[in-house]
Design a protein around this ligand. Structure first.
Ligand code: CTP
Length: 418
């Protein structure tokens, strides 16, 4: 599993309470640990009936805490010895959180090690509820949720779905991958892009000939979605404008779905009006059929000639708007090339008035369209050429976002001194 920069060396205190969802939290503990976080698990007695402490111990490589009263060595009982856990954590996640534990948290009870540590914790708290729908919607639970929210406790879920009882309703715990997204959001909130607005475009566009046929390209959207996640990890407010793709929205991003190049153009121009950064990773079609017919085209014996006309160049329109308004402050483009990579990309950077261009050779089998890895060259206006080795699209996104942080700082400070 790949390391995640925002989790490196971060201390996550993971409180597990007695719900069947506890088995999914094993996956979360494993993901967090493999991604670079230091995970200390605290379980209630009820939680240990669903999952053995040894499971978490094996997955995190660290001791698991369960007992308020055991003495870890001569001297102090566990809760005193481990209050330090609550003080040194960057985040306390309680997942699954039962209605019973929510009630205790709302009322400040400290009757087990987890609730004791929660009371002592000074870090942000993220609660991931899991319970029967009737218990979740009960006024007592909802009042507890409101109390906790008002105190700054964050909630992730629950969602609608099948519950342990076999019934459907709102009370189902969200999936580990989504919980991870919430954790990233909290841990990244004070990052270098905190309060900044970043617009990211991703995926292909579709230009329809008739209701069932279109011109498109094999872009999966993965590079753009990875950029959105990397921006969120740095605390940015992210708008993700996506062409057709099945990828899940990174937690915290505002997603705008578009289909055609024209829709992409309109959505981008609206979003960048207040943006600090635009990352234009979408593979926008350059041409569309001159006409789109409303009914399915019938085949004929003769060959068919299509007449294509240009779509708007989104980056050109952004450059024009930026010349007038100064927004976005930083524009990053992507270049998909099949030959003369660096020369073509440099020409595009200048023609489209970009601050940075990320170029890739789309003919390589392990890079570019529809694969998880990429091999890119990053060019800047100072003549810099940063050649990156083959890496995951997330790792490419990390490098690009680090460059963006620097560019934005320079753009803001040069404006201040002007
Ligand atoms: N782009 C855009 N609007 C278009 C086409 C592309 O804003 N109608 C953006 C892409 O999102 C990318 C950059 O322009 O950030 C370069 O895209 P690319 O397809 O490599 O280049 P084109 O401008 O289409 O030029 P060519 O097809 O001649 O290589």
């Amino acid at each position: 599993m790949e390391p995640i920069a925002v989790l490196q060396g971060r201390r996550v205190l993971l409180g597990v309470t007695g719900g069947i969802g506890a088995y999914k939290i094993c996956v979360l503990a494993s993901r967090l640990t493999q991604a670079g976080a230091e995970v200390d698990v605290v379980m209630t007695e009820a939680a240990t009936r669903f999952v053995a402490p040894l499971t978490f111990q094996a997955l995190t490589g660290r001791p698991v805490y369960t007992d308020l009263w055991s003495t870890p060595g001569p001297g102090l009982p566990t809760h005193i010895a481990h209050v330090g856990l609550a003080h040194s954590a960057d985040l306390l996640v309680i997942a699954p959180a039962t209605a019973n534990t929510l009630a205790k948290l709302a009322h400040g009870l400290a009757d087990n090690l987890l609730t004791t540590l929660a009371l002592a914790a000074t870090c942000p708290v993220l609660v991931v509820p899991a319970m029967d729908a009737g218990m979740w919607s009960n006024v007592a639970t909802q009042a507890n949720v409101q109390t906790l929210r008002a105190r700054g406790v964050r909630f992730a879920g629950p969602t609608w779905g099948r519950m342990a009882s076999g019934l459907e309703g709102e009370g189902r715990m969200i999936e580990p991958e989504e919980i991870l997204g919430h954790i990233r959001l909290v841990l990244g909130r004070n990052g270098p892009l905190s309060g900044r607005r970043v617009v990211v475009t991703a995926g292909p566009t579709r230009e329809f000939l008739d209701p069932v046929r279109f011109l498109s390209n094999p872009s999966s959207g993965r590079q753009g979605f990875a950029l959105a996640q990397a921006a969120l990890d740095r605390g940015a407010r992210v708008t993700l404008i996506a062409g057709p793709t099945h990828l899940p929205t990174p937690v915290g991003a505002k997603r705008v779905d578009v289909i055609s190049a024209q829709e992409m153009h309109d959505a981008v121009l609206e979003a960048v009006a207040e943006a600090d950064v635009l990352l234009m990773a979408a593979a926008v079609a350059d041409y569309r059929p001159q006409e789109t017919v409303p009914q399915k085209m019938k085949k004929k014996d003769a060959a068919l000639t299509l007449r294509l006309v240009r779509t708007p160049d989104v980056l050109a329109a952004v450059a024009e708007q930026r010349a007038k308004t100064g927004r976005p402050r930083v524009t990053v483009g992507f270049a998909a090339e099949s030959e003369n990579l660096v020369e073509n990309a440099r020409a595009k950077m200048e023609a489209k008035r970009l601050d940075l261009i990320v170029a890739n050779d789309v003919t390589a089998a392990d890079a570019g369209f529809a694969v998880g890895t990429n091999r890119v060259v990053i060019l800047d206006l100072q003549g810099g050429v940063q050649e990156l080795p083959l890496m995951s699209k997330s790792a490419v996104a990390e490098v690009v976002l680090d460059r963006v942080v620097d560019l934005l700082e320079t753009a803001i400070s040069s404006r201040r001194s002007a």
